[in-house]
Design a protein around this ligand. Structure first.
Ligand SMILES: CCCCCCCC/C=C\CCCCCCCC(=O)OC[C@H](COP(=O)(O)O[C@@H]1[C@H](O)[C@H](OP(=O)(O)O)[C@@H](O)[C@H](O)[C@H]1O)OC(=O)CCCCCCC/C=C\CCCCCCCC
Ligand SMILES: Nc1ccn([C@@H]2O[C@H](COP(=O)(O)O)[C@@H](O)[C@H]2O)c(=O)n1
Ligand code: MG
Ligand code: MG
Length: 227
């Protein structure tokens, strides 16, 4: 949903910045790589220490590089298969670091095995949700469903909650409860999305196999009649 509705807005806002980077001679690939490194640093340095406010600020600064790199490539007319591969692959790395950061906090000083397991579930299910689409498309299916919780939703829900939970460190009482709530929402939403995508791939593959069988049958009949 965010991908559909918010992308156009952010494209308008970020286009001048993307143009500036191109004029400075920066490449889209460099933005993809630096953005991922920044997200990883924010998540793996700050989150395991329970510094959710500063971790979220660092991640937010760098995560928007994922919207800037493609914008730069399109403006410069250099969108490439390699760029698409690099972008999607490093998305998985960045997402892994964010949820690993939460899991490390709960495994350590956060001291909550259940929430550690929920964070690990968010990490794994998010990766599998993305994989279903990539694998479905690689076997020639349209995978015409996005589902309830895509990547943008996973990031916005968890990062807004983490940023607000971090305000606990500045004296706001009770607000830290938002992070566990967000993790449970992302976990449940990812499970629903996974089911939505698997059901779609199952239906689309049955339809594609039936269509292929019908073409084979017609070809065999045609060659039989010719003999
Ligand atoms: C005093 C208050 C302190 C609180 C501080 C809070 C600070 C702000 C907190 C959070 C900001 C979070 C911003 C997150 C922005 C995410 C942007 C982003 O990178 O989105 C990526 C997404 C997808 O990009 P791709 O097409 O490159 O990725 C594809 C996708 O990943 C597919 O995976 P799948 O979805 O299938 O699982 C893969 O299949 C595919 O391979 C891959 O290529 O881009 C978008 O969706 C575009 C829309 C972005 C929308 C961003 C909305 C940001 C909204 C609000 C942020 C500000 C909120 C501030 C709240 C403050 C609270 C007080
Ligand atoms: N280094 C890069 C990054 C991206 N691309 C192209 O942009 C598309 C992704 O667009 P986003 O707005 O989601 O970043 C991607 O599929 C590539 O076509 C690129 O060429 N090089
Ligand atoms: Mg990108
Ligand atoms: Mg991306």
């Amino acid at each position: 949903m965010l991908n559909k509705y918010a992308r156009a807005f952010f494209t308008r806002v970020l286009t001048p910045f993307a143009a500036l980077l191109l004029r400075l001679g920066v490449s889209p690939d460099a933005v993809t790589l630096v953005g991922t490194a920044g997200v990883m640093a924010g998540a793996l340095v700050f989150f395991p220490m329970g510094e959710f406010f500063w971790g979220t600020i660092v991640i937010t600064v760098f995560v928007f590089s994922d919207l800037v790199d493609g914008n730069m490539a399109r403006q410069a007319g250099i969108s490439s298969r390699w760029g698409a591969f690099l972008d999607s692959t490093l998305d998985r790395v960045a997402d892994g670091a964010i949820f690993a950061g939460f899991a490390l906090w709960y495994a350590g000083s956060g001291d909550d095995n259940t929430l550690c397991a929920v964070a690990i579930f968010c990490l794994a299910s998010g990766q599998v949700v993305s994989y279903t689409k990539a694998r479905g498309e690689s076997i020639g299916l349209p995978v015409a469903v996005n589902g309830l919780v895509e990547r943008a939703e996973r990031l916005v829900i968890s990062l807004v909650a983490a940023g607000l939970a971090g305000l606990h460190g500045f004296g706001v009482p009770g607000i830290q409860v938002l992070l566990p709530i967000a993790l449970w929402i992302v976990a449940a939403g990812s499970l629903v999305t996974l089911v939505q995508r698997v059901v779609t791939v199952r239906r689309e593959s049955a339809e594609a196999d039936a269509a292929a069988a019908a073409v084979d049958g017609a070809t065999e009949q045609g060659s039989g009649a010719a003999q």
